[in-house]
Design a protein around this ligand. Structure first.
Ligand code: NAD
Length: 366
């Protein structure tokens, strides 16, 4: 789990800080006392959590630039001289990847190569977490929970591009960051997290965005695959996984320079339709759902992650069950829309509750 002491004064470069997870990450890492430099395109959604939380104030420096511009990225990295890099910027949407496959591969694969090249040119970097996805696995066969040694795959362009980013990170680790057999510097790890939910996501084609919009307009949510199982995880639990991994890479290094799953604990299982029903009941309304009538691009029916390696070796675990994560997310939107607090206030309050929960997992309060 995260040790707040570790982060105080650390220099961190975060790509994707203007996105949904990036806005939360900027607030969380800054709250822990680190100096954050962000590198991303300007926020895309409207509203955007980055804009609402005045994300530019949460980071020391905010670069609005393209990952595909190697010179600009390397300059930003060298000027920031980070000790830790968290690479989250990506074309992150499956359905958009069907519309723009080449752009998806360009950003997710070549963008990752550019980040790794910028790291090579920045000697201060000791640890880097490359964020990929739960969708990197080959799901063609049985639906058992995937562990890190299962074959990579991915049929849609988003999933395949993230699987390619995994192979790319592994190649850079072995080709450029190997000091001696089995010893790597800086430590580069990849993080495969489950489907992330939390307040403040307004991205297109995401289930929470669709539910909130249906609840506000009094319509039914249109579901493409209601019976699909996904490894849902609250955004702060996901980010805690990334930060815990970064700490281990920094402090211990080599043994953690690998791939890591972050997902719900075994025994928890929630279908898309269950999430909709729970969200609506927490909201105090019943929006109901209906099956999409248009033909839909295929998506994996069952996606289960085995997080046991992160649980045993990083002492990470979700602080919220899937049901609690859904309730927390619904409560965030309800409070935001009822103007019970602005987005910054609601995110800070959620972060304090999260850190208090984590305290219970630590041997001693930090
Ligand atoms: N949200 C989820 O459920 C989920 C689950 C697993 C993994 N992930 C991964 O986590 C990361 C963050 O996801 P998110 O939900 O916050 O995504 P998001 O779409 O909200 O944010 C994407 C970020 O990447 C930046 N970006 C995109 N193209 C860029 C480019 N060419 N140059 C510079 N910056 C660029 C955007 O500006 C934005 O800051 C992504 O790598 C995503 O694939 C997300």
């Amino acid at each position: 789990m995260i040790s707040p002491e570790f982060w105080r004064g650390k220099r961190v470069l975060l790509t994707g800080h203007t996105g949904f997870k990036g806005a939360w990450a900027s607030l969380l890492i800054s709250r822990l006392g680190a100096h954050v430099t962000g590198y991303s395109l300007p926020p895309e959604t409207s509203p955007s959590l980055f804009t609402l939380t005045r994300g530019a104030n949460a980071v020391q420096e905010s670069h609005m630039a393209d990952l595909l511009d190697q010179r600009s990225l390397t300059d930003a990295m060298q000027n920031a001289a980070p000790e830790i890099v968290i690479h989250m910027a990506a074309q992150s949407l499956v359905r958009r990847s069907y519309r723009n496959p080449v752009q998806t591969f360009a950003v997710n694969v070549m963008g990752t190569a550019h980040v790794l090249e910028a790291i090579r040119a920045t000697p201060q970097v000791k640890a880097a977490v490359i964020v990929t996805s739960d969708k990197v696995y080959d799901l063609a066969r049985e639906a058992s929970p995937r562990n890190e040694s299962d074959p990579l795959g991915g049929h849609d362009p988003y999933s395949a591009s993230k699987a390619a980013a995994e192979i790319l990170a592994q190649s850079w680790r072995h080709s450029f960051f190997r000091e001696s057999p089995g010893s790597y510097r800086p430590g580069i790890a990849t993080a495969r997290s489950g489907n992330v939910i939390g307040g403040g996501d307004w991205s297109q084609d995401r289930i929470v965005t669709d539910i909130v919009s249906a609840l506000l307009t009094g319509q039914q949510v249109e579901l493409r695959y209601p019976e699909s199982v996904r490894p849902w995880l609250h955004v702060l639990d996901t980010l805690t996984g990334y930060l815990t991994l970064a700490e281990h890479l920094y402090d211990i290094g080599t043994a953690f320079a690998d791939a890591w799953n972050f997902g719900p604990l075994p025994g928890e299982e929630m279908r898309v339709r269950d999430l909709v029903e729970l969200f609506a009941s927490e909201w105090g309304a019943n929006c109901g759902w209906r099956l999409a009538t248009e033909p839909q691009p295929p998506e994996a029916p069952q996606l289960r992650l085995d997080p046991s390696r992160a649980v045993s070796r990083l002492a990470w675990r979700p602080s919220l069950s899937q049901a609690a994560a859904v309730r927390e997310t619904a409560a965030w939107y309800r409070a935001f829309l009822a103007k019970e607090g602005d987005a910054t206030f609601l995110c800070h309050a959620a972060i304090e509750r999260h850190l208090a929960r984590l305290d219970q997992f630590l041997p001693a309060n930090v």
